[in-house]
Design a protein around this ligand. Structure first.
Ligand SMILES: Cc1cc2nc3c(=O)[nH]c(=O)nc-3n(C[C@H](O)[C@H](O)[C@H](O)COP(=O)(O)OP(=O)(O)OC[C@H]3O[C@@H](n4cnc5c(N)ncnc54)[C@H](O)[C@@H]3O)c2cc1C
Length: 380
């Protein structure tokens, strides 16, 4: 057993943080205030090999695996989780193509995303069903050599900026829910697609979120990913990977909250002493540190297992659950330690507080993670 990061991973960690400091930090406040998506940062990140770096080199990635990608996500999220999402999620959907697509599909859809030319998206959630994955209603009906897709998707990251999306749709309504779904790559510019940005998010405001309507959208059947009827299973496998990467956002944001709080507790005085000299402040810092250390270990293990070809959805759900809980705890503690200053936008902690909450909502709510973990425990 070796808990040390390899030299390659340490260099990647260092490089990612420096990239985020140089390119993302100067735009962070403006992009948050103006809800501005930044394609130029995504492109620069791609030039530096940071977009979809988990993808093997033969498909245009840096080949650093899910552990490497999680570390990149962590380091960028220490600076800005919203802009970071534009980098990390630029390849959202590629996981499905990579694990279940044909060689031709992988070569067609993944390399342009890694190079920064294209953006992808994963279009699963619907207006009436999020957690209830079996309740999606979007239909894909065969017609000649095509599918005709009709339905609505909700809260889709990169929705209005993506070039293609991996869409979850029912191909056989006569089958039981779990066998009725398939996944299809849908180019975003096809006739019949309407995409509207959802404004006014509480946090990660620089990321792009949209609702998408499909009205008789004709897609060639060659864009089916994996087997027809396997979409439900494929989506579950997708979450095994993406939940670990989302947990990477959580550890990055939590670390930023701790670092900023330690700095503040050394500078700010009350009753003639630095805040950090009071045991109640120290308790908050200590609890943050313990939670972050635990989280990082769970995440790195879950990521490493995926890279070893032994994905553990139980552990991925734990990483995601612990990630949301830790980030919300740390952001809350950071605001409290900053007192009134933590509540105004001159200090970063108020933004991190707003950003953190999404980690308990997307990629499976915390309740959804509990259900996943609980089911595994009860099946033993
Ligand atoms: C900013 C943002 C970005 C997103 N990006 C994407 C994306 O790129 N692609 C995508 O497909 N989706 C995306 N989502 C959607 C996200 O994954 C869903 O919002 C999430 O899964 C919850 O679904 P819902 O909103 O329909 O809530 P619901 O499923 O309606 O849940 C509402 C509440 O009920 C709880 N609940 C539901 N069922 C149960 C149960 N059986 N037991 C106990 N509690 C339950 C939930 O945990 C939650 O607390 C995004 C969402 C946001 C806000």
């Amino acid at each position: 057993m070796d808990f040390e990061l390899s030299e390659e991973m340490r260099m990647l960690k260092d490089m990612s943080y420096k990239f985020a400091q140089a390119e993302i930090a100067p735009l962070s406040k403006e992009c948050d205030e103006e809800e501005k998506y930044t394609p130029e940062i995504r492109k620069k990140a791609a030039e530096n090999g940071l977009v979809a770096c988990w993808v093997p080199e033969e498909y245009g990635g840096a080949g650093v695996g899910i552990l490497g990608n999680t570390i990149v996500t962590e380091e960028i999220s220490r600076i800005d989780m919203g802009i970071g999402l534009n980098v990390y999620a630029a390849a959202f959907g590629c996981e499905g193509v990579f694990y279940f697509g044909t060689e031709e599909q992988k070569q067609k859809f993944i390399p342009p995303v890694c190079s920064g030319e294209w953006v992808s998206a994963g279009a699963f959630t619907e207006p009436n069903a999020g957690t209830d994955v079996a309740g999606y209603r979007t239909r894909a009906v065969k017609d000649g050599g095509d599918y005709i897709i009709t339905g609505n998707k909700m809260f889709i990251t990169n929705g209005t900026v993506c070039d293609w999306m991996l869409v979850q749709a029912i191909t056989d309504p006569d089958q039981k829910a779990h066998k009725s779904f398939s996944q299809i790559v849908v180019p975003a510019d096809l006739p019949g697609i309407t995409r509207n940005k959802i404004p006014g998010k509480m946090g990660i405001r620089s990321s792009n979120t949209a609702e998408i309507a499909f009205e008789d959208v004709r897609v060639p059947q060659e864009n089916l990913i994996g087997k027809e009827g396997s979409g439900f299973y494929q989506l579950m496998h997708f979450f095994d990977v993406t939940r670990v990467m989302v947990a990477g956002q959580a550890v990055g944001l939590s670390q930023a909250c701790l670092d900023e709080s330690i700095k503040y507790c050394k500078e700010r005085t009350a009753f003639g002493k630095p805040l950090g000299a009071f045991q109640l402040s120290m308790k908050k810092l200590t609890e943050m540190a313990i939670k972050i250390e635990s989280l990082r270990n769970v995440i790195y293990k879950a990521a490493w297992l995926i890279d070893e070809g032994k994905p553990d959805y139980h552990l991925a759900a734990m990483a995601k659950f612990l990630g949301g809980e830790t980030a919300v705890f740390c952001a809350n503690a950071a605001v409290e330690l900053h007192g009134g200053y933590g509540y105004i936008d001159e200090y970063n902690v108020q933004k991190w507080y707003r950003d953190a909450k999404i980690l308990e909502l997307y990629e499976g709510t915390k309740e959804a993670e509990i259900m996943t973990i609980g089911r595994v425990l009860m099946s033993k």
